[in-house]
Design a protein around this ligand. Structure first.
Ligand code: PAF
Length: 282
């Protein structure tokens, strides 16, 4: 398996593939790989001649230094997991210095308002950091297709917007959320939950499923109040937000309109660990 630590080495390897008109699929990650990441890799391998996976914990997208410091760093076991899928995956695991060249700051992006909703409100600067790193990685890897999980649905929409506005020649492909048997959405942050907490955390998805049922007969305000109350009465969680939003604008709604797609979004803390999830409502 080829593991590149610098953008210069990766670029010169990819140049040969690009000049031979090979298609490149790209899966950007921050490591601590789980089955959701591995499914993105498999999808990329089935649709492209070569697949690059990056493992880079991007400092500019963390608005909380404790979250950055505690983020799991598991390169060795990540590489082992990839080897079990295929030795042909090209791994890119650069240093912060190699990516940011001594200037570890974000560029500013205008995502037509998508950045002001939900995660954007609660994690100031987060989406400028995401845009900065994803744009830089796309420039280095020059993928034909790039794969992202729908758990970070807002991020997926933001990356699509960034690609559209910067006129990059990349197709951004979203893939369904992978869940543990309990229903808990797979996330690198789950590594920080105890086995017992993982069982309790299944409550998040159970509540989302019940919210979807309620949304069939109730309006968004009523469903939101019910969810807020469920979390208020559960000592294990601190709810940061629950919103029902239009899937394309990500703006929160109160009343349903015909022919629109809606989604519920949630962010909760469990013992200082921030978990997010989302469910399509129609
Ligand atoms: O979703 C993630 O893991 C990160 O936000 C990403 C897309 C790899 C950018 O650092």
């Amino acid at each position: 398996m080829l593991i590149f630590k610098t953008q210069e080495d990766l670029k010169s390897h990819l140049q040969t593939l690009i000049s031979n008109h090979k298609t490149i699929g790209f899966v950007p990650t921050m490591g601590a790989l789980h089955d959701g990441h591995l499914s993105l890799i498999q999808k990329s391998m089935s649709e492209n001649d070569a697949t690059v996976m990056s493992i880079f914990i991007n400092p500019t997208q963390f608005n909380n230094s404790a979250d950055l410091n505690n983020y799991p760093r598991t390169l060795e076991s990540d590489v082992d997991k990839m080897k079990r899928i295929s030795e042909d995956i090209i791994v890119f695991a650069p240093s912060v210095e190699n990516i940011y060249q001594g200037n570890t700051i974000s560029q500013s992006f205008d995502y037509d308002g998508l950045e002001f909703e939900m995660e954007g409100k609660h994690r100031p600067g987060h989406f400028n950091g995401v845009g900065t790193i994803v744009k830089r990685l796309f420039e280095i890897v020059q993928p034909n297709n790039a794969y992202f999980g729908e758990k970070d649905f807002q991020q997926l929409q933001i990356v699509k917007k960034m690609v559209e506005k910067s006129q990059m020649n990349v197709t951004v492909i979203g893939q369904p959320i992978f869940r543990e048997p309990s229903g808990l959405a797979m996330s690198s942050r789950n590594e920080r939950l105890s086995a017992e907490d993982r069982v309790i955390a299944a409550f998040i998805y159970q509540t989302l499923q019940e919210a979807r049922i309620q949304f069939g007969t109730k309006n968004a305000t009523e469903v939101t109040k019910w969810v807020e109350n469920e979390f208020h009465n559960n000592v294990h969680f601190k709810l940061e937000y629950f919103e029902i939003a239009d899937e394309s604008t990500l703006k929160s709604i109160t009343e349903k309109e015909p022919n629109k797609k809606y989604r519920a979004f949630i962010a909760v803390f469990m013992n200082e660990i921030r978990l997010i999830d989302t469910i399509s409502l129609n």
